[in-house]
Design a protein around this ligand. Structure first.
Ligand code: HEC
Length: 182
């Protein structure tokens, strides 16, 4: 048992003993270690306090985490043919692909951030879109890992559809803003 683990237990006890007096049971469970019965789950279930720090609002998650990461993905995939000529936007080096893969990981994990109970306004469509965001982010990660341009482009499109679908359902004004930016 590391000192920090002990501190964690103490911290937990400090909070829970005042409320429910369940701390003694928890410490006994740890003291006898492997021969003891696993601690009953009542301890966790009784805890109404959140384990997550959800100070950031959904709006901040959008503008500070999700949009910057997905913008990099969208700027890194595709083919442009204009007056200036033909240009491929995909990364051309291993480092470049590693970088976009990391942005895809941010998109994938942001799906989880949005799905936290404190952030989800409901347990239906919101969770479907949040999970959809994670799935699309994982697809982009896979494509970046295998440097598959076609698959990376498609994953970018899938990410965009999830953004739009959720905005349509929960904040149509945002969709209009996106459209007018195009
Ligand atoms: C699970 C639902 C959901 C998904 C998925 C989602 N959004 Fe949002 N988004 C929202 C909601 C709700 C708001 C409005 C938040 C508010 O104003 O309180 C919002 C707002 C925004 C805003 C405006 C932020 C501001 O500062 O006003 C941007 C930009 C944005 N989203 C970008 C994205 C992008 C890019 C994606 C996809 C990569 C995405 N969102 C995916 C629900 C979602």
């Amino acid at each position: 048992m590391t000192p920090s683990f002990i501190r964690l237990i103490r911290f937990h006890c400090f909070h829970s003993i005042r409320k429910k007096g369940i701390c003694t049971f928890l410490l006994i469970g740890i003291g006898v270690n492997s021969c003891s019965k696993p601690p009953e789950t009542t301890d966790l279930q009784d805890t109404t306090e959140s384990h997550f720090n959800t100070t950031l609002s959904n709006k901040q998650i959008m503008s500070l985490i999700l949009e910057p990461a997905s913008d990099i993905l969208w700027d890194s995939g595709g083919w442009v043919l204009d007056a200036a000529g033909y240009e491929e936007l995909f990364p051309t080096t291993d480092d470049g692909w590693d970088y976009v893969r990391a942005q895809a990981a941010i998109v994938a994990e942001t799906g989880n951030l949005l799905a936290l109970p404190e952030r989800a306004p409901d347990n239906d469509a919101w969770l479907i879109y949040s999970n959809g965001l994670s799935d699309a982010g994982l697809l982009a990660m896979d494509a970046a890992e295998s440097k598959n341009e076609e698959a990376f482009f498609e994953a970018g499109g899938q990410i965009y559809s999830v953004c739009t679908a959720c905005h349509q359902a929960y904040n149509p004004d945002i969709v209009n803003r996106f459209d007018s930016a195009d």
